[in-house]
Design a protein around this ligand. Structure first.
Ligand SMILES: [Zn+2]
Length: 393
């Protein structure tokens, strides 16, 4: 006769280590990784603060994402201590984890003792469906999706780079997108500015972008700034945003943006395109170099894109804009290795990506100083641009 479920469970429990909730509290302070193995609805109803969530039925496929180090001290829990005992045996016997325990009595006993429970804000049923492919990723999950929904990202320009970035950030559920653009949709934009359409020629780009974004994802709030970013408005627009996406096409405004973002400590995901080539970097104030560390002086005027209309392969801003969107999402989720202190260069014709390390300049006129020491008069100090462009001819 095969053994009953209760007998199997007794046998499993005799072979794994069980630990009382009081001891678990101490172990959390000592750096143990707590993993909740219950179903998503149970986790959403309340869990141990800081616990990772790996439902028991997904243990084999997801535990490595949640706990990459197989030597880590892992404590599993469920509702009553049975499912976590099964899961502990799986981790030890089948998945190569070395130091695994199961919490006695589960979260029921934990709550009975009056210990802290964290109740995450929940997503609506529609949001669960919309973001279901994010929720399946341990690096995003419900918590990460909430962070995306709470995030405020400012896009400078709804043009070649801003269009794909805005579309994908909106689709991903970034909750607030600010868009600064004083331009109107022109027929010559549509070869690459995919957020706009033929029937919107003549419409302001911020209005056109808002229409597309709202149709794509009603979760996203659009803040429109139909102005040209300048010294007179930058300190009114930037504060309150978590990240700035820079698709600017001129150097004076890039320097201005750099100086203001360093002062406000707002990271900037910056991309530039010309012809068949693109560049990308993340400038996170005081964590890595700033734009002035990388370009202490502007490039020669004949290479400055805003001195005249330049050709660009239509798909190139798509490629670079989506790399920007990817960096934005990584910063919001605090996952992966952001492109801080690295300049990525993409050559579309050669299909080649190269990367250059960039260091902080200890003598940088802006980021070598305390943010409060940077005055209004110093923001965006740059040679006269018309004279600068005239030098190109
Ligand atoms: Zn600097």
């Amino acid at each position: 006769m095969s053994p009953s479920g209760a007998e199997v469970l007794r046998e499993i429990k005799s072979r794994i280590d069980e630990v009382d909730p009081a001891a678990v509290r101490e172990q959390i302070a000592n750096g143990a990784v707590i993993v909740d193995v219950r179903e998503p609805e149970e986790f959403a109803a309340g869990h141990i603060p800081g616990a990772k969530h790996v439902p028991k039925s997904y243990l084999e496929t997801r535990i490595e994402g949640a706990v990459p180090d197989r030597t880590a001290h892992v404590i599993l829990y469920c509702a009553s201590g049975n499912r976590s005992a099964w899961a502990a045996r799986t981790l030890l016997d089948d998945l190569g984890y070395e130091n695994v325990e199961s919490m006695t009595g589960g979260i029921t006993l934990w709550k009975d003792r009056g210990y802290d429970v964290e109740v995450p804000r929940s997503l609506t049923a529609e949001q669960r469906e919309r973001y279901s492919r994010h929720l399946l990723l341990p690096e995003v999950g419900v918590e990460g999706q909430q962070r995306l929904l709470d995030a405020k990202v400012l896009l400078l320009g709804a043009g070649g780079l801003g269009s794909p970035t805005a579309l994908y950030l909106a689709a991903a559920g970034v909750g607030t997108l600010g868009i600064v653009d004083d331009d109107e949709v022109d027929l010559s934009n549509l070869q690459r500015q995919v957020i706009h359409s033929t029937d919107r020629i003549g419409v302001s780009k911020v209005d056109s972008a808002e229409q597309t974004i709202t149709a794509l994802n009603p979760d996203v709030k659009v803040e429109k700034y139909p102005v040209r970013l300048g010294a007179e408005n930058i300190m009114d627009i930037l504060p309150g945003y978590d990240i700035v996406v820079d698709g600017l096409d001129n150097f004076p405004t890039r320097y201005l943006l750099n100086d203001a973002s360093v002062r406000l400590r707002i990271p900037v995901v910056s991309a530039a395109i010309l012809g068949f080539e693109g560049q990308l970097s993340v400038f996170k104030p005081y964590d890595g170099p700033c734009y002035r560390c990388l370009f202490p002086v502007p490039p020669p005027a004949e290479l400055a894109p805003s001195c005249g209309a330049n050709g660009v392969l239509g798909v190139l801003p798509g490629t670079m804009g989506l790399l920007q969107a990817t960096e934005v999402i990584k910063l919001i989720l605090d996952e992966g290795e952001p492109l801080i202190g690295r300049l990525l260069m993409y050559d579309a014709l050669a299909a080649r990506v190269t990367e250059v390390r960039v260091r902080r300049d200890p003598d940088c006129p802006i980021c070598s100083r305390d943010p409060d020491a940077i005055t209004d008069d110093e923001l965006g100090v740059f040679p006269d641009y018309e004279a600068f462009c005239a030098g190109a001819h």
